[in-house]
Design a protein around this ligand. Structure first.
Ligand code: ADP
Length: 238
């Protein structure tokens, strides 16, 4: 089967002249959870932003579901859901309207049955009429995920889902991600926590200074290197 996301020779150089991605190659299979693991500044967010079409690649190609992200942007964008790091929600809006509005933005037909199902799945249903400002931090993150899934994308990108989040909430996020995988959603997440990559990913891609250093099935990688050595590898990129 061909990969659902394919990144080839991707380079991203900013106006400052700084090269944030330096020839990234990565294939992601449908239904897998892949963690992009790397220290701060490695290029994880830049990679996600470029694949999601928020940042323009300097060179290289990206395909999603067989469509080219530069020439067939509408198709690729509709297949992607993105959960950003920051909570950028309207505080006075109701949960259900936030998700409905997002679906509408993608030009998707009104389908409250799908939205209700999504809210159930994310344990948000009881809060559907609550205003965003009334929710806890964890619930707000769930709304961000519901919003990202509102248009029924095939691939979900989560940028540092547990940045600035306490241990309990982090584990809660891991359960949410595992549940989404059961539905067949392909998930790509960035993290700088080895424990997080270990807990939820099927495969781990180690990224450092704009390059993918290795991509390996999680169990094989953890057996081969172990946490301690992997940490050294992250701190002292080869
Ligand atoms: P990560 O998500 O792994 O922490 P980022 O992708 O956010 O890393 O950043 C990678 C590098 O690119 C950093 O050194 C950052 O300072 C730089 N960078 C990010 N965005 C820009 C930008 N708009 N202009 C110039 N440099 C940037």
């Amino acid at each position: 089967m061909s990969p659902i996301v394919s990144v080839k020779d991707l380079v991203k150089r900013f106006d400052t002249g700084f090269t944030a991605l330096d020839g990234v190659n990565l294939d992601i299979e449908e239904g897998e959870i892949i963690a992009l693991l790397g220290p701060n500044g490695a290029g994880k967010t830049t990679l996600i932003s470029t694949v999601c079409g928020i940042a323009v690649p300097t060179s290289g190609t990206i395909t999603v579901g067989g469509y080219d992200s530069q020439t067939e942007f509408r198709q690729t964008r509709s297949m992607i859901g993105l959960v950003p790091q920051e909570i950028n929600l309207e505080p006075f809006e109701k949960v259900i309207n936030t998700v409905r509005f997002s679906r509408g933005l993608f030009g998707m037909p009104k389908n409250d049955a799908y939205i209700e199902k999504l809210l159930h799945q994310l344990s948000l249903h009881e809060k559907k009429d609550a205003k965003i400002k009334e929710l806890s931090g964890g619930m707000k993150r769930r709304v961000l995920i519901a919003k990202a899934l509102s248009h029924e994308p095939k691939v979900l990108f989560l940028d540092e889902p547990s940045a600035g989040v306490d241990v309990e909430l982090r584990k809660d996020m891991w359960h949410v991600v595992a549940d989404l995988k059961k539905n067949g959603t392909t998930i790509i997440l960035t993290t700088h926590y080895i424990e997080e990559a270990e807990a939820i990913a099927d495969r781990i891609a180690v990224i450092s200074r704009g390059e993918i250093k290795l991509v390996e099935e999680k169990t094989a990688l953890m057996t081969r290197l172990g946490r301690k050595e992997l940490r050294v590898e992250l701190d002292n990129p080869i």
